[in-house]
Design a binder for this molecule. Structure first.
Ligand SMILES: [Zn+2]
Ligand SMILES: [Zn+2]
Length: 572
């Protein structure tokens, strides 16, 4: 299968059909250049390439026997040159691959972008950020086919879009399969910034080369991962979009910290500055987004959430799609504050796990409030320490999130289960019923929870109710020979002894027949033993005589009866 042409031309029809599908159908328009890459012939080769700031990177690049490409089919990353492309949305564009005969790449932006994309991809491990993307070492087809397993995304990263004009920032645009079910790939636009200075409105322009900024590339890449988890939806705006942006900021931050640790002689922990994103993407090093320092643009409290009057359908670029970037910091600042208060509980790996788990419970209708609740539930599901969950809950409620905590106590008065709900909603009961330990005298069965679980409007504690009954014990009765006579289940209390078997005279509490069982109490499982009555000397003879005398008596009686009948007949 041909996986690259030197020049890929995209047509409107191609998008209508879905990019991957179109390729499979061979609709991809080949350029005049006869060279094409055969995946089967190609291989990844190590090269040293020069990026921005004259940094040298050792990178795997794709080589097909004729050309080298800034592409990695194991990691599903392709770098395109977008400099001639005015605007992606107008379609009919030419995205040019970076191809080189001799392996020299003279565009340092493209090299740095490629390097950072690889760093981002490699950061997704369980150990690093708690999220593993499958697909590394998958076959080469993945690069242009649907690579959606577990959040894997094929990323086409585009440098110099429209020669940088109007594209000073970076963004991500997911593309969908023709059945709209899953992401197949995404376009990551990475702008060159704008000339430093002040515009006519007095806004300071400070965007610099975005490719330099690893947390920015991580942010955009995570958009692909998030959308892959969420599946198809036409747009991410409003609260849904703010959750999307918040998630990207968190992963951008985590990924940069992975990189910081790569060549460090001692561990570099998350620290305050980690929570500033995009510091390498500005001329003066000011963060593009800060999750810790308030600015006029970014909201920290729920009460500051900016709702756009357009309504969901009408959002556009002018309102930041419903203030998605403005409101996202309400969530990221909550995570920052929770980390600040309990850094041991919110490690890089745990934060990644928490957010990744949480976004699995987010739908296009989800609100910031829903996110907060789902993150608490995710923390519970992931077995975060109680203290960590409590910290997060405290941060949310301080920010004005209308959450309530329902504490279910166990029989011992300790916390048995905690349930978080939105204010005014009802709380579900724990899936497992609590158990109250039996005493010697009583057993307890769970009856229900005492407390109003509907319309919860404040933090409440709910206690369990138990029904008390006399504890039942197993009591076994044996003959002194050891043969089982009968078994009974009897309640705690006075022991009613069963009728002794024939030939036995008394019950004992021990096999040695030393402790008489009269007045014994049932206070546990018991074994009792029947003592045989002493055997009398004439016992056997008596039995013998009776054995014979009974038939004799019957014969005598029968004889008399016959006689009576005869006599009666005579009288008749
Ligand atoms: Zn974003
Ligand atoms: Zn709007």
């Amino acid at each position: 299968m041909k996986i690259f042409t030197r020049k890929i031309t995209l047509f409107l029809t191609l998008f209508a059909l879905g990019f991957a599908g179109a390729l499979g159908l061979g609709l991809l328009h080949k350029s005049q250049d006869p060279l094409s890459v055969q995946a089967a012939e190609g291989q990844m080769v190590k090269m040293t390439l020069k990026g921005l700031e004259n940094k040298e990177y050792e990178l795997d690049v794709y080589y097909d026997g004729n050309y080298y490409y800034l592409a990695d089919y194991l990691r599903n990353i392709v770098i395109f040159n977008g400099s001639d492309i005015e605007d992606f949305a107008s379609y009919g564009n030419n995205f040019k691959l970076y191809a080189s005969r001799n392996g020299e790449f003279t565009d340092p932006t493209a090299v740095t972008l490629y390097y950072n994309c690889v760093q981002v991809y490699d950061a997704y491990t369980e150990e690093n950020i708690g999220v593993e993307l499958k697909g590394l070492n998958d076959n080469a087809d993945d690069i242009l086919n649907n690579a959606t397993e577990n959040g894997e995304v094929t990323v086409y990263a585009i440098a110099h879009l429209n020669n940088g004009a109007n594209r000073y920032n970076a963004s991500f645009s997911p593309q969908w399969n023709k059945d709209d079910t899953a992401i197949s790939h995404g376009f990551m636009y990475v702008g060159d910034g704008n000339p430093e200075g002040t515009d006519t409105q007095g806004n300071y322009y400070h965007f610099y080369q975005q490719a330099r900024s690893l947390d920015t590339i991580g942010h955009e890449y995570q958009h692909g991962v998030t959308r892959s988890v969420w599946g198809y939806s036409p747009s991410t705006s409003g609260d849904y979009g703010a959750i999307n942006e918040a998630t990207s900021d968190i992963f951008g931050m985590l990924i940069e910290n992975v990189e910081e640790n790569k060549n460090a002689s001692s561990p570099v922990p998350l620290r305050d500055e980690s929570w500033d994103n995009g510091t390498k993407a500005t001329y003066d090093g000011t963060p593009l987004y800060s999750m810790r320092t308030k600015s006029p643009y970014y909201r920290f409290d729920l009460t500051e959430r900016t709702i756009c009057e357009h309504g969901e359908e009408g959002h556009n670029n002018s309102c930041d799609y419903g203030y998605v970037h403005y409101n996202s910091t309400i969530l990221t600042n909550a995570q920052y504050l929770a980390w600040k208060r309990a850094p041991q509980a919110f490690t890089r790996q745990k934060i990644g796990k928490l957010w990744y788990e949480t976004i699995h419970h987010i739908t296009p209708e989800s609100t910031l409030e829903d996110f907060a609740l789902e993150s608490l539930r995710a923390a519970q599901k992931l077995d975060f320490e109680e203290e960590a969950i409590e910290t997060l809950y405290g941060v949310y409620t301080a920010k004005g999130f209308p959450l309530c905590k329902v504490t279910f106590e166990g029989a011992d008065g300790k916390v048995y289960h905690t349930e978080y709900v939105q204010k005014g909603e009802s709380a579900a009961t724990p899936s497992k019923q609590p158990v109250k330990e039996s005493t010697v005298q009583y057993s307890y069965s769970f009856k229900g929870w005492k407390g109003d679980l509907e319309n919860v409007t404040e933090d409440i504690t709910v206690t369990p109710e138990f029904e008390e009954s006399l504890r039942q014990y197993s009591v076994s009765f044996y003959l002194e020979s050891g043969e089982l006579y009968k078994s009974e289940t009897l309640p705690y209390g006075a022991l009613t002894l069963p009728t002794l078997p024939e030939g036995f005279e008394a019950w004992y509490l021990d096999a040695e027949l030393t402790k008489p069982a009269e007045n014994a109490k049932v206070e546990g499982d018991m074994k009792l033993y029947a003592k045989a009555a002493p055997v009398k000397d004439d016992g056997a003879d008596l039995g013998l005589i009776l054995g014979i005398s009974i038939p004799v008596a019957v014969l005598v009686a029968a004889g008399v009866a016959v006689l009576i009948v005869i006599l009666k007949k005579r009288h008749a």
